[in-house]
Design a protein around this ligand. Sequence first.
Ligand SMILES: [Fe+2]
Ligand SMILES: [Fe+2]
Length: 411
Amino acid sequence: MGDEQFLSQDSAVLTILKTSEEVNQLKDVDTILDKILYESRKFANADAGSIFLVEKDRLIFSYVQNDTLFKKETANAALYQNFGIPINEQSIVGYVAKTRQSLVIDDAYELDPILPFSFNKSFDEKSGFRTTSMLTIPLIAQESRLVGVMQLINAKNDMGKVGPFSSEAKIYIPLFCNNASVAIERGIMNRELILRMMQMAELRDPTETGAHVQRVGAYCAEIYGTWASRRGHSAKEIKRARDNLRLAAMMHDVGKVGISDSILKKPAKLTDEEFDAMKWHTVYGARLFKNETSELDRMSREIALCHHEKWQGRGYPGVVTPDVWSDDAKLGEPINGEDIPLAARICAVADVYDALASPRSYKDPFPDEKCLGILESDAGTHFDPEIVEVFVEIFDVIKAIRDKYVEATKK
Ligand SMILES: [Fe+2]
Ligand SMILES: [Fe+2]
């Protein structure tokens, strides 16, 4: 919305209320950041923006959108950059975090030298982007906790010309951010709860680390996003499903908590009998998600149950009779093709790739070509070929995710 096209006060408030409500329905922190940044940019007609989240005494780069540099709604490696800025007065975002006051800049290249902060030109120099106007807002949740900082860049007028931010944007976006900060905190908490739950599985199976589950969650979200936009699904539908998929995929092996240590930690190959017992981690996992009305539960159940099924059959657990909830459940004939839920077909590729690209006690990480070669040669037998095709197409994003979530060094 440009300066000439004033929103009436009422409709601005209504827009904020409606958008806040939509944000409150989201669960995963990345989807929440995406939505907050997108809606704020839309309100201010800003070309670009990013969000930094507070971690200890630093601001960690956490989300970016840029209509000039990145294509909309496609997988984007820039999302997974890994850098932090100290909270101090030397940078613009650091200054806003420190003072907890919004900051409006009309031209980043014309800053008064008397100001304590300066504009870091390195991004512009590298990318060819020209930053002009900036609206930088602290994200403050309940009990005045600073969650992060949002920065909107280059407000445009109705002719698409970059200029200063409108007075509406300066008033209403910080108001929206107050609500949004609470949602961000909730999203962070959801993810932390899942990571803690997965730590229990990790205690049993040391290959299921926090970094592994975060990578698998992010791989799945990106694969799904590209798969669904190729098929013409709406942006809204993609965001909603991706929100659930990332969290559900993080819990793919939660059922390992039900498998005995002698099997999970066995350094040698499993016997047929042990392998049969191992197959039950899929059913144990599925049993944790019984709520029929929650889409997150449905997706978590599908992934936990079916992430070891194979496109041409021969996977497990197959058809569980009479059903997964029954005390005398039995594993049956493998399912195949599109009978395997999409979320599980995606997770199968993501999980196997991550095992190939990670070190194990018996092997080093495989190089990229070897990983891709294995996935491609198993496309159509083990894996849904279309999912492998998407995976290869977005491999630069996959690698950026791999570099973002690295194993904490073991003491
Ligand atoms: Fe598994
Ligand atoms: Fe896994």
